[in-house]
Design a protein around this ligand. Structure first.
Ligand SMILES: C[S@@+](CC[C@H](N)C(=O)[O-])C[C@H]1O[C@@H](n2cnc3c(N)ncnc32)[C@H](O)[C@@H]1O
Length: 236
């Protein structure tokens, strides 16, 4: 069982400077490349979480970046929400976007979370797990900080081998790097990394197997787009 293919350099220094660099243009390019459909994927997560009856709601939005998912989760009226990321510039955009005394931002890697055991009722990771440098360690950390019966939601691009996905590969491998690197003026070629990180990542089934090995139970998995973009709901 591959933890991750380990071909790509995902060192925290490389990843944080790459996201620091593209932070000012990240939101614009995200919505541009997905024609705003990414907003629907995030609001679906909020709708699904509304179905649970949380007595209290402490949320960790991990790899929160510029906070698009954090902002959606604020609509659940959480008692507290922690937005955690390794890129200061991404978190700076988030703080500009969301003003609330229920929000706290934390610069920390997913692999070593500065939280006590059983602290969170919900943990979300939007387009983050693909970037983690030690995925198995991060999943163990997430499991540790979650309450018993807590919910983990993972939204990401997963590796797909089907013909359908080849169309997406063309888009993410040719169009997005050309346009994204140009518009963000990225010296680190951040938008070339996206495509590489998908082909270097796990399939949905491989990811679910790894999550189960950590101790999670699968609630459901939703295919958002061409089997490539999926939302996975897991329970501790
Ligand atoms: C593609 S952005 C996603 C941002 C946001 N969640 C969203 O839905 O748009 C990925 C974020 O993961 C963060 N990240 C990458 N590796 C990380 C790690 N090991 N620990 C914590 N954050 C990490 C990056 O700094 C970046 O802000």
């Amino acid at each position: 069982m591959p933890e991750s293919k380990k071909n790509l350099n995902k060192s925290p220094d490389k990843i944080s400077s790459m996201f620091d660099e593209i932070a000012p243009k990240y939101d614009f390019l995200n919505h541009f490349f997905t024609l705003n459909i990414d907003k629907i994927w995030r609001s679906r997560i909020r709708e699904n979480l509304e179905l649970f009856d949380f007595k209290k709601l402490i949320i960790l939005d991990l790899a929160a970046g510029t906070g698009d998912l954090t902002k959606e989760l604020m609509k659940l009226s959480p008692d507290m929400i922690y937005a955690c990321d390794i890129s200061d510039n991404m978190l700076e955009v988030l703080r500009e976007k969301i003003k609330s005394n229920k929000l706290s931002t934390v610069n920390s890697p997913a692999e070593k979370l500065p939280f006590t055991d059983n602290a969170f009722d919900v943990v979300t990771v939007g387009f983050g797990v693909r970037n983690f440098y030690e995925l198995e360690k991060a999943l163990n950390e997430i499991y540790r900080v979650m309450n018993k019966n807590g919910i983990l939601v993972i939204l990401d691009f997963f590796k797909v081998n089907s013909v359908k996905a080849k169309i997406f590969n063309l888009y993410s491998g040719k169009v997005m790097p050309a346009v994204g690197n140009f518009l963000s003026k990225s010296k680190t070629k951040a938008y070339s990394y996206l495509n590489q990180s998908i082909s270097d990542f796990l399939t949905v089934d491989e990811f679910i197997t790894l999550a189960k090995k950590t101790g999670f139970t699968l609630l459901k998995s939703e295919n958002n787009f061409l089997d490539v973009v999926n939302t996975i709901y897991l329970k501790k």
